[in-house]
Design a protein around this ligand. Structure first.
Ligand SMILES: Nc1nc2c(ncn2[C@@H]2O[C@H](COP(=O)(O)OP(=O)(O)OP(=O)(O)O)[C@@H](O)[C@H]2O)c(=O)[nH]1
Length: 181
């Protein structure tokens, strides 16, 4: 049993799909406190901030702690979670017909060992259909997700090429976690 230090329903789904038993306790680390706009550095600092908060609160004596952060980058821009529909549209238009990468950092710590991992999954997307994109934004599914994308949903039909794990792109590199645990 591990403690998923996250509010993310997608991270919970990934652990469930990979058969990892967990309880879920999210934190409230303020990612706006991070100054860097370098996507990889931002992702690491956010993960470290989340980890420090939850490690202080729970420790790892009763069970290992897992935290993570995901950001998206296209054209070297840092894309976090969309603030509103206009923001989501801008993020999606930037990624339409473009190459985009999802960067996921995770920290796993037990009494015996610790993993800090940064994994990247890169997609080459076809141009997004405008009507489909409008529907997706209206559905609200674009919110709460880095870069406003859903690789297992909205984006699926547009994937021309992918390099890396889908789990990484959804928020937790489950394959590396399982290999380490
Ligand atoms: N379903 C889905 N979720 C995604 C995808 N890409 C990123 N996400 C989610 O986008 C969110 C990125 O925001 P984060 O700040 O890392 O995490 P959070 O949702 O705020 O949750 P915490 O772990 O509590 O910080 C995470 O919940 C990821 O699981 C995707 O393609 N599909």
């Amino acid at each position: 049993m591990i403690r998923l230090g996250s509010n993310s329903p997608t991270r919970a789904l990934i652990l469930k799909n990979f058969g990892i038993d967990f309880i879920q306790n999210g934190g409230d680390f303020d990612e706006d406190s991070i100054k860097t706009t370098n996507p990889k550095s931002f992702c690491y600092e956010a993960t470290k901030g989340k980890f420090d908060e939850l490690y202080k609160k729970y420790g790892v004596d009763d069970m290992p702690l897992l935290v993570a952060d995901s950001v998206v980058t296209a054209n070297n821009k840092l894309l976090r979670k969309a603030k509103d529909e206009a923001d989501a549209r801008a993020m999606l238009e930037l990624q339409s017909g473009n190459e985009t990468s999802v960067i996921t950092c995770m920290i796993y710590k037990s009494k015996e060992k610790e993993l800090i991992d940064i994994s990247i999954t890169t997609y080459e997307f076809d141009k997004f259909d405008k009507e489909h994109m409008d529907e997706y934004i209206k559905s609200g599914e674009c919110f709460g997700k880095a870069g406003a994308i859903m690789v297992e949903g909205f984006c699926k039909p547009y994937i021309k090429n992918v390099k890396g794990y889908e789990s990484t792109a959804m928020g937790l590199c489950a394959q590396k976690l399982i290999a380490f645990m």
